[in-house]
Design a protein. Structure first.
Length: 62
């Protein structure tokens, strides 16, 4: 599925409104759903955090 940048609110750290954001997935809580959106700078930070997590946990080559 192709994701597109739209005008909306960032739900990550910057919490800015009315900016370009992209859908990351649904937030699900107590049987309710909401769109989880992020701006480019917050998405980049999230990707760096994920990369660091994966690099710390990758298997060591024998």
């Amino acid at each position: 599925m192709r994701r597109e940048w739209v005008d909306g609110d960032c739900w990550l750290g910057c919490d800015r409104a009315g900016i370009r954001v992209i859908w990351l997935g649904p937030v699900q809580w107590d049987g309710q759903h909401a769109p989880f959106m992020a701006c480019a700078s917050c998405l980049a930070r999230l990707m760096r955090q994920a990369d660091a997590y994966w690099m710390d946990r990758r298997p060591v080559a024998a």
